[in-house]
Design a protein around this ligand. Structure first.
Ligand SMILES: Nc1ncnc2c1ncn2[C@@H]1O[C@H](COP(=O)(O)OP(=O)(O)O)[C@@H](O)[C@H]1O
Ligand SMILES: [Mg+2]
Length: 319
């Protein structure tokens, strides 16, 4: 794969959003002042001319992106292009090799307690005896050692219950996680990432392995979290369509280059055809929605039954 060329913010900061939920509740949580300087000042994530090399190879370079409070941003693009690497750079797990990245005004990794992370590809063996509520608890105290402080147990229970309720998982949170369906597991894992009420939620392909109704339901849940919690969400996705109605901005990574901006600006037949080097059509539905047709490598869609892979991905409290 050739190194990625330049990634730029096609919109340029400050251009009004033209699509999705931008005119309703979610937009109210974002800063009213959308001048370039204000966007940068208020940014939850700010990348300036950022570049990364892995294994001696340039993956992407010159990335410029601001994510405002309450924004739902998708990272889209084919496999292997560096989407997960972008998330890890924002987490501070992988150093950038050029430019600048700040998270809530600090170096990546410095405010880890304010960042929730759902890593790519998690599945639970059906025989795993851990309950959903235990998975959520790992997000609360997975990295807290030593004697608990007075009142800590009550605070933990309250936070865990609230996160489970927020994702609508109360009915099955006490079942063994391996016996929950794929969609139920995903909601519980999102609750784990949410339990500390982060200001930034990084979700790496949370919709893969879900069937279409569950993709839509989880996408709507994430949109609601942005609107109601004011959290910013960066979600890696393979297929834009399930999340398009909820998105404020997108970053499209591709071998030849990448573009960031609002969906209306970036998701055009011309831009996607150029990025993917194959014909991609963007349709405008009668109710004003966008739909991408001909996107290569569509997301794997399985029925919403138990994930059976042997990998026991329980407890990603490493954020
Ligand atoms: N630590 C690493 N060392 C070497 N190569 C890596 C490392 N991490 C990722 N890569 C490579 O970088 C490329 C991008 O990986 P990734 O960010 O996981 O892509 P995506 O999430 O878009 O599928 C892949 O070719 C992958 O093999
Ligand atoms: Mg990935």
């Amino acid at each position: 794969m050739r190194p990625i060329a330049r990634i730029r913010d096609a919109a340029g900061p400050g251009v009004p959003h033209q699509h999705g939920p931008t005119d309703d509740a979610a937009s109210a949580t974002r800063a009213a002042d959308t001048t370039p300087a204000a966007r940068q000042r208020n940014a939850v994530v700010c990348l300036r001319a950022a570049s990364v090399r892995v294994g001696g190879r340039a993956l992407w370079s010159d990335v410029n992106l601001d994510i405002a409070p309450g924004e739902f941003v998708a990272v889209l693009g084919p496999n292997g292009v560096g989407k997960s690497t972008l998330v890890k750079a924002i987490l501070g797990l992988i150093p950038i090799t050029g430019g600048d990245v700040t998270v809530l005004g600090h170096k990546p990794g410095h405010l880890a307690h304010l960042v929730g992370y759902l890593p790519q590809r998690r599945s639970f063996d059906a025989s795993l005896p851990i309950r959903g509520v235990d998975i959520v608890r790992l997000g609360w105290d997975g990295d807290r050692w030593g004697l608990p402080r007075p009142g800590a147990a009550r605070a933990a229970r309250k936070a865990i219950d609230e996160a489970i309720e927020l994702v609508g998982a109360s009915a099955y949170a006490h079942r063994p996680i391996g016996q929950c369906s794929g969609g139920e597991q995903q909601r519980l894992l999102i609750a784990q990432a949410l339990v500390r009420r982060p200001r930034l939620l990084l979700l790496d392909e949370p919709l893969d392995s879900l069937d279409l109704p569950n993709q839509a339901a989880v996408a709507a849940l994430i949109g609601r979290i942005c609107a109601e919690e004011g959290a910013s969400v960066m979600m890696v996705a393979h297929d834009a369509n399930p999340i398009l109605p909820h998105l404020h901005r997108v970053v499209y990574l591709a071998e030849d280059g990448a573009v960031a901006g609002t969906p209306g600006e970036v998701i055009t037949s011309e831009t996607l055809t150029r990025l993917y080097r194959t014909t991609i059509e963007v349709l405008h539905t009668s109710d004003g929605r966008l739909m991408v047709v001909g996107q290569p490598e569509p997301a794997a869609v399985h029925t919403d039954r138990h994930s059976v892979a042997g990998q026991q991905g329980a407890g990603h409290a490493d954020h």
